[in-house]
Design a protein around this ligand. Sequence first.
Ligand code: DC
Length: 224
Amino acid sequence: MPKKIIIAIDGPAGSGKSTAAKNLAKKLGFVYLDTGAMYRAITFLALRNGIVDNPIAVIELTKNIVLKLKFENGLTRVFVNDEEVTEQIRSAEVNSKVSEISAIAQVRQEMVKIQKEQGKNGNIVAEGRDVTTVVFPEADIKIFLTASLDERAHRRFKEFQALNTNITFEEVKANLEKRDRIDSGREVSPLKKADDAIVFDNTGLTPEQDLEFLLEKIKEVLNK
Ligand code: DC
């Protein structure tokens, strides 16, 4: 495989982006860049500092921290100013505020700068909203992963069931539908397929089948 490959994966919530990106990175021995984790880290800090509803203060905070991601044994560890926040960034509070924080244009600018920097070393699988369009428009391979609304809702519903959460399938589906609408319609970096992205609908497929398909596609593209 040639040196310094960038693979970028985007798609709607519940499409299996994270699993696919992690599996690919592991298989290829690449770095996995979880861009969502970065927005989560900022959200966590903003909540802890009591400034989550103050965009100006959040932007200031973003400019003054050192954010580091370490991909080890298939897991991304997240550090802010050398403090590990890997677990804290997955809390319900962070979940409920991260869309607002990630919609602040100047926060995105700062994050994109760090992400581009990470891409310079190549051999990376970057995952998240806008990685195919804004962060790495020059990526060697761009994948837009998707699945039917029903399938994505089923996947999310199963995750909630595993956490013993009292939410119905219909509620999960309605939330997802709403999130699709907000994500696609927002002004800053909306969910949008890059013109040259490979669309992969993985409805009915397992993560193993996803990986097989993606490896095949990557081979095809790189051999062209
Ligand atoms: O993939 P995730 O659930 O960890 O993403 C967390 C939030 O950040 C989600 O609301 C989407 C948003 N996000 C973004 O706006 N841009 C990215 N590059 C990655 C995630």
